[in-house]
Design a protein around this ligand. Structure first.
Ligand code: SIN
Length: 506
């Protein structure tokens, strides 16, 4: 079925585009350890490509477990001093870092588009979103209050202190190369922890640019370390970050399978853990919903970052009475609004997928659904874009079975299956019938149903009559196999704090 072509005929040289970054000191190829730019001890480097062209954009230091242990030593040494700074001092440094990120947002957005593919306006949105966590935690640093507990004895006084956990090992994904780092690192630094970050091997540039800006802001050496590594070195680096006894906290965003492995490794030294893992978000349109609003929100919720977002709508349930109308309005919007192309081409709002592996998984899920009787009504193919790259059309399907991988697993691609339901009870049962529970969305104007459904959805975050939930002020995280812990909001800093209770005899 035909869709607007977007800007598929636009040729791109990734190297030329990289050269347009005004401040070239933001384009770093080395790791950042103890305030210095360093290569791997092995001298090895790994290739980073632009997913919109498949052209090389650079070769980055490939750190191994030995290199990472040295970064952990640096973070551990720096912890002594950093943990004793006042909250006000940390707040002021974080605020300066935030100002640096915002002052360089155009360059950072371009860099992000080149390494992860998301369209430039969306990348700029992520820079603002990522920076908002630094700003937020610069403010929260001063509010990590303890408690005074009424003692059961007149002769003692009881006080609860909050203290930084120690060195945090942080592992982040490719889909939000800036925001997933700042959401963790800003909370950690605000709490008084130091960090060693392993960014996704597809997207190390944004992470390294954040180091350059942190240094300009005056964040001391050893407090924020970034150790990029190739896919090949990922297992040993992950193991080091989860087993090194000097690390007291592990925070990971990524797939549920990898999260389980990291969690089991971290159990050997009983580290504090935050896991933000995969989802399979239901998006439910009840018969009393505004169809137009629901369809417009679904465009954003499903196709943001070409469907490569943990909180993306994955399964769309529409009430039988409004099903045909919804499908018709939604498919028209998909054809009208989404423009495929390289993220730097003018007018594009739908970019490539990150890897061939991601594309192949999307294709396989699609084929298995079609084999089981699904019908593709928009898209369904790899998109032919002149820049080259990993493009797949935004795809809408109907008649999708409840037991194919597209329904049972997280898609992480631009596939949008629309299912029919007839009762609230039935749809709640289907919505909750998955092992994960990150986000859920529904559309209804019935106040009773709003509370009933919001409370019954087995997820950590619910959008009611809205398809976006992400903000620095609200707690982000899931239930079931979607992980443990919360990021952002006033709760996010607790993940990096230990509670200590004092019983003081008078
Ligand atoms: C994610 O996909 O992991 C994060 C999405 C968000 O913060 O909105």
């Amino acid at each position: 079925m035909s869709q607007k072509r977007g800007n598929q005929d636009y040729a791109i040289s990734s190297k030329d585009e990289l050269g347009k970054i005004k401040d070239q000191r933001l384009v770093r190829l080395d790791a950042y350890v103890n305030g210095k730019w360093v290569g791997a001890t092995s001298d090895r480097r790994f290739e980073v490509t632009d997913p919109g062209t498949l052209q090389t954009i650079g070769h980055v230091a490939d750190m191994n477990a030995h290199d990472v242990s040295k970064a952990v030593d640096a973070a551990s040494d720096a912890f002594g001093k950093w943990s004793k700074t006042t909250a006000k001092e940390r707040a002021s440094l974080l605020r300066k870092w935030y100002d640096q990120v915002m002052a360089n947002k155009d360059d950072l957005a371009r860099l992000m588009t080149l390494e992860c593919g998301k369209p430039l306006a969306e990348a700029a949105g992520e820079i603002g979103y990522g920076a908002s966590f630094i700003e937020w935690f610069s403010e929260e640093a001063k509010r990590a209050y303890g408690d005074v507990v009424p003692s059961p004895m007149s002769s003692t006084r009881m006080v609860v202190l909050k203290q930084p956990v120690g060195v945090a090992g942080i592992i982040t994904p490719y889909n939000f190369p800036t925001a997933m780092i700042t959401r963790k690192v800003a909370a950690a630094l605000a709490a008084g922890c130091t960090v060693v970050v392993r960014p996704a091997h597809e997207t190390p540039f944004s992470a390294l640019a954040l180091c350059e800006l942190a240094e300009r802001a005056g964040i001391p050496p050893g407090v924020f370390n970034v150790v990029p590594s190739s896919g090949e070195n990922t297992p040993e680096v992950g193991k080091e970050l989860t087993t090194n006894p000097k690390i007291r906290k592990v925070s990971f965003t990524g797939s549920t399978n990898v999260g389980k492995l990291l969690m089991s490794q971290a159990s050997s030294t009983m580290k504090k853990i935050s896991m933000e893992l995969g989802g399979n978000a239901p998006f439910i349109v009840f018969e009393d919903a505004s169809i137009r609003d629901a369809a417009e929100q679904l465009i954003l919720c499903k196709f943001r970052n070409s469907g490569q977002t943990c909180v993306c709508a994955n399964r769309i349930y529409v009430h039988d009475k409004v099903y045909d109308e919804f499908v018709s309005v939604f498919t028209s919007l998909v054809k009208e609004k989404l423009r495929i192309g390289h993220g730097l081409a003018p007018g594009v709002n739908f970019g490539p997928m990150i890897t061939e592996r991601g594309l192949a998984k999307t294709e396989e899920q699609l084929q298995r659904a079609v084999k089981a009787g699904a019908k593709v009504i928009v898209g369904g193919n790899r998109a032919n874009v002149k820049s080259g790259g990993n493009f797949f059309e935004p795809t809408v399907l109907v008649n999708v079975s409840d037991d194919v991988p597209m329904t049972c697993e997280e898609t992480f691609g631009p596939l949008c299956p629309i299912y029919r339901f007839t009762t609230e009870e039935e749809v709640m049962c289907r919505a909750n019938n998955v092992p994960v529970g990150l986000a859920g969305y529904f559309f209804s104007r019935d106040i009773g149903r709003i509370f009933r459904v919001a409370e019954a959805l087995e997820v950590g975050m619910v959008g009611v009559n809205i398809g976006s939930i992400s903000t620095e002020v609200a707690p982000f995280g899931g239930v079931k196999e979607s992980g443990v812990g919360r990021e952002g909001s006033r709760y996010g800093i607790d993940e990096y704090l230990n509670i200590k209770y004092l019983n003081i005899a008078l």
